[in-house]
Write a protein that binds this ligand. Sequence first.
Ligand SMILES: Nc1ncnc2c1ncn2[C@@H]1O[C@H](COP(=O)(O)OP(=O)(O)OP(=O)(O)O)[C@@H](O)[C@H]1O
Ligand SMILES: [Mg+2]
Length: 269
Amino acid sequence: MGGITLALADQSGANTKTLSHPAIEAKDISHSFGAVKALVNANISVSAGEVKAIVGDNGAGKSTLLKILSGLVIPDNGQIFLDGEKVSFTSPVEALKSGIQTVYQDLALIDTMSATQNVFVGREELASNWFLKKLGIVNDRHMHQEAIKALSDLGIKIPSLNATVRSMSGGQRQCLAIARAMLFGHKVIILDEPTAALGVHESAQVLSVVDQLRSKGLAILIVSHNMQHVFKITDSITVMRLGVSVASRKTKDTNPEEIVGLITGAISG
Ligand SMILES: Nc1ncnc2c1ncn2[C@@H]1O[C@H](COP(=O)(O)OP(=O)(O)OP(=O)(O)O)[C@@H](O)[C@H]1O
Ligand SMILES: [Mg+2]
């Protein structure tokens, strides 16, 4: 798990207190597109092992906030902290290198490649043989084994890892994209409407993978309009309204009525 741990012991050594930082935290983020104030002093934080939803009406600023956390948009104002350390991203690659992986709805999988090839695309391991390595020939067998292990660890069932991604269902594709995000040691996973285009069974599969990632200690941020899924999978919810993060609640301490009221403004945060 991430975070700095301070052990403060009393004289007997019995009293130990732990202080740890969120895996990712954004403070006072403001951003405008011309005259449109997309974000106004927005705040959000997610801890290791926590699943948090960002909910809000169309245009509330959810996607803009995600894009800022994943380095796609540079905010006008505000700070981002990773494990308590201030960071500022100028590109998505920088965010990725810092351990933040975003899975977009279109998944960025390559249709004509197999599941295994998709898991490792762009990061192909070179064959261990020095001669093959020199020729840039990749270690297909080892990649294949690693991909199978990762997918089975997550309980993802894909009929054939050798089949091309084109033949997979939306749920299998989404799970594969999430598995890929997890395999490379990322600490924070940002999911943009992960179940929006999926059926009941496929959504359940994706939610189960999210649950597995939480138990592996990742911090997960999900934008979703599906209140049922939000209540099923998250530990906490942040409500955005007109660019402002109006309220945050522990999921167990709230209910869909309150969240909808906060979204519409009928209830003030
Ligand atoms: N690239 C852009 N150029 C101009 N305006 C933008 C841009 N991106 C977002 N906006 C505006 O910023 C505001 C926030 O948009 P954002 O996409 O963050 O909302 P959202 O909460 O994700 O909405 P939705 O639920 O519809 O996806 C909106 O008024 C939107 O029109
Ligand atoms: Mg959006």
